[in-house]
Design a protein around this ligand. Sequence first.
Ligand SMILES: *Cc1c(COP(=O)(O)O)cnc(C)c1O
Length: 496
Amino acid sequence: MLYTCTRDHNEHITASEAICRGISPSGGLYVPESLPHYGADTLAAMVPMSYRQRAKKVLGDFLGDFTADEIDACVENAYRDEKFGGSNPTPLHKLDDGTYMLELWHGPTCAFKDMALQILPHLLSCSMKRVHPDRTAVILVATSGDTGKAALEGFRDVPGTKVLVFYPCDGVSDMQKRQMVTQEGKNVGVCAIEGNFDDAQTAVKTIFTDDGMKRELAENGMMFSSANSINWGRLLPQIVYYFSAYCDMVASGAITMGDDINVVVPTGNFGNILAAYYASQMGLPVHKFVCASNANNVLTDFLNTGVYDKRRPFHCTTSPSMDILVSSNLERLLYQMSGCDDEKVKAWMHDLAANGVYTVDDKTREAIEKAFAAGWCSDEDAAHMIARLENEKGYLCDTHTAVAASVYEAYRAKTGDTHKTVIASTASAYKFPQSVLEALGEKPEGDGFAMAETLCEKTGEPMPAPLKALQDKPVRFTESCAVSGMKEAVRRLSGV
Ligand SMILES: *Cc1c(COP(=O)(O)O)cnc(C)c1O
């Protein structure tokens, strides 16, 4: 299977090349030229499989130039029982007869990004050996909190790689910041940015495509690659858990093979929900995708009107990993929904860069409206949902998951849609103890750890071990810079 570019159909490259490059020279994103199709028989055959077996099946169908042994090794290394607290890394928690929480945060950094970032370094390492055997991959990451730590932990001491992370200094929680500044490993660098996530992401994209920088790196035996969700190797592993959840629901008798389900996803960069959409295009029976946003509701407006307009105030919310005004992965949805029209996608992305706004054509808008519902909720609504889930169902959830639960409740009230529903639960509540405590009516006091202890006393939910361990780790990274200084920081941290 080959990959092409959302903005240029003349590109035809292998999976390994797409994973090494991350983004196309044209600025577009790599997409598979065709999708494998899973009929009822294929799905039925996946029901008795373990998570790792399901992952090997899906990855094998997309990574045409990987050997079966390579895929085997990548999957086995990534989803080890001890890293994910058991053989099923993505357990379903039944909230009530119709609603299931798909818990994606049992990995080493306690957010769903581990699902992709524990395996991407292995996929990249295999790809580099094939495509650029004598180069070190330099991973640049702009993070709104969870990606940075997950990337640092995934790439730490993986041979042939370096990882450099930029985070907005006022856009992440105390716990998230601590996770990053204490990161261990010989090939890691972390720097705070005086700006928001979008500033950091835009700057990373610019540095990535800067010919001068690329030359400097090449002269030093290095090349850029990306671990942001624009990298196909990041998105692909996320497709797996939607199939896996469906199979688990069939196995437990929650649904019958072939039944449609709804998928609700708290959305920022549009990676997680896009993976669900790809799964449906491959044959996963989905009735509706519900895209849940916080006050940064640019996606809600887009999915409901066909106009993407980022010219609006940026809000710092209690769900910081969704504080995003430019959702990079939406470009792949536009590509699929426009009938794979690279010229159209290129023109829309040009409008967005030049004017901050674009409008899709009626056909594309109608196709999107048919598949997607969209809503947003305030910090107050999310807090209210955290309290209700804890008090009424004894279920502790984080602020991002609460946004999804709140938007889903409104969707269900409005539509009366009673399909069985999977809500993506994207982080442990212990990553955001301040907001969660406030939601539960407790006064957060002290640092992140003191708050986590209060949360534990209040709810009886144990604190995940990887977060607990941070308490004793020394701070290694205190550097910060302006957005304009990021290029220099990349030089310094990569050692060119
Ligand atoms: C990254 C993240 C999201 C948003 O996911 P996207 O794939 O960017 O849409 C939601 N919740 C949490 C906890 C996250 O870390």
